[in-house]
Design a protein around this ligand. Structure first.
Ligand SMILES: [Zn+2]
Length: 289
């Protein structure tokens, strides 16, 4: 991104994705589906973080977005197609029972020149560098906000991709606005307060970002609990929607499972997957932890 910007050239999110993927080999295994050119399917990827010994895994549907604009006017735009693209992202996330996440390409120092360090350091600190690829839950980037605001939210609340697998940067204690409603001694309470590992920690970092967004909205309303039926780790969750439009606990934590879904098992075994999967997303990224 930086090389292109310095040369005055334009880069696209698809290209950055393709260049970034092999950097994770052999821990990251991308499976790209061949689709007809005229396919109307979005370029969304399913990412699955896998603990192959326990079976615990966390999935998310990821759509690449690039930051646009320049000095003081950086934007993140999720309104493509009048919001149809975002709607489709949320629908596919529902289909696969995972959270929707934007992978925001923030560019390098030249694109962000004049922004300053938001980490209490000096540009470019490690945080500034790691910000280049930042994950931001789609729930936290609504169409109702301006593109400038969405950029600011991403800077403040996004999770740098490099931090996700970094044991030196754990999510820590998540004091969610619904925390008091969680039963003492419950597994969900332990998840939010105790150290997590592997896919559970990834889920916690994504949840933490949404939880921070929720804390910035109006006060908590007592909502009914929701029961999930499936192989998810958490089956009984607060139903609070905040301003998100959907209950945010289930939206994120449905991605955390005791065992991988069948199509992920098929891919791990080197088998092909049903067309319902290969036609709905551009590919699957398997990340062994
Ligand atoms: Zn910094």
């Amino acid at each position: 991104m930086e090389e292109m910007d310095l040369a005055g050239l334009t880069w696209s999110e698809e290209t950055v994705t393709e260049i970034s993927l092999p950097a994770g080999l052999p821990y990251v295994k991308p499976v790209v589906f061949n689709r007809p050119q005229e396919s109307a399917v979005g370029a969304d990827w399913l990412w699955w973080w896998l603990d192959l010994s326990s079976g615990v895994c966390f999935g998310m549907l990821v759509q690449a977005k690039r930051v646009k604009g320049g000095a003081g006017k950086w934007t993140v735009d999720v309104s493509h197609g009048g919001g149809v693209q975002r709607e489709s992202l949320m629908a596919v996330a529902d289909l696969f029972e995972v959270p929707a996440v934007y992978c925001v390409y923030m560019g390098g120092p030249s694109l962000r020149e004049g922004m300053g360090c938001t980490h209490g350091g000096v540009v470019p600190c490690q945080g500034c560098t790691r910000m280049a690829i930042t994950l931001m839950p789609a729930l936290s980037l609504p169409l109702s906000r301006t593109k400038l605001q969405l950029f600011d939210l991403t800077v403040a609340e996004g999770v740098p991709l490099e931090d996700l697998g970094d044991t030196a940067r754990p999510a820590g204690v998540v004091k969610d606005v619904n925390f008091r409603q969680l039963a003492e001694g419950s597994e969900l309470r332990a998840f939010l307060t105790e150290e997590q590992r592997g896919p559970s920690e990834i889920a916690k970092q994504i949840f933490r970002s949404v939880s921070i967004r929720r804390a910035n909205q109006k006060s908590a309303a007592v909502a009914e609990r929701l029961q999930i039926v499936g192989e998810q780790v958490f089956l009984d969750l607060p139903g609070d929607r905040g301003h998100f439009g959907v209950p945010y606990f289930p939206h994120v934590l449905r991605g955390l499972r005791m065992n991988p879904p069948n199509y992920v098992r098929d891919l791990l075994a080197g088998m092909s997957v049903p067309s319902e999967v290969s036609e709905a997303v551009a590919g699957v990224v398997l990340i062994a932890m």
